[in-house]
Ligand binder design. Structure first.
Ligand code: TYC
Length: 118
């Protein structure tokens, strides 16, 4: 008996296209590879000799604080022993510490300023 040819099949229903139908390739978004940078707080320490006015000036000049905020931060340091001047990426925090210490030593003050991981 001769082999039968299979009956013609109905056309397949249209398949969903992965390219939006216009042939364009769509780039799928990958998870971001970059982590947000580690942040550091610049902390100023109290001492008995640095004038209050100098500390307020430092907070205004190097940490962009207005006079009222700078005064509040200075008084907090004076009463509690330490206070946060601002929070920055590592390089910016290190530069601010350097600038503050340079200005304090230039004017003969023992002011201490450190950075610590936020
Ligand atoms: N205690 C200082 C004074 O009485 C003032 C002062 C405030 C010093 C903050 C340092 O980080 C400081 N003159």
């Amino acid at each position: 008996m001769p082999e039968e040819t299979p009956p013609p099949q109905p056309p397949l229903p249209p398949q969903p296209r992965r390219d939006g139908g216009d042939g364009a390739v769509v780039a799928e978004r990958k998870a971001a590879k970059t982590k947000p940078p580690q942040l550091f707080q610049v902390v100023m320490l109290n001492d008995d000799y640095t004038p209050m006015e100098f500390v307020v000036m430092v907070l205004q000049q190097y940490f962009q604080r207005d006079t009222d905020t700078a005064t509040l931060i200075m008084l907090k340091i004076h009463h509690e022993g330490r206070g946060v001047c601002g929070v920055y990426t590592k390089d910016v925090a290190a530069t601010k510490v350097e600038l503050v210490l340079t200005a304090a030593r230039r004017d003969g003050h023992p002011l201490q300023c450190i950075m610590e991981a936020a």
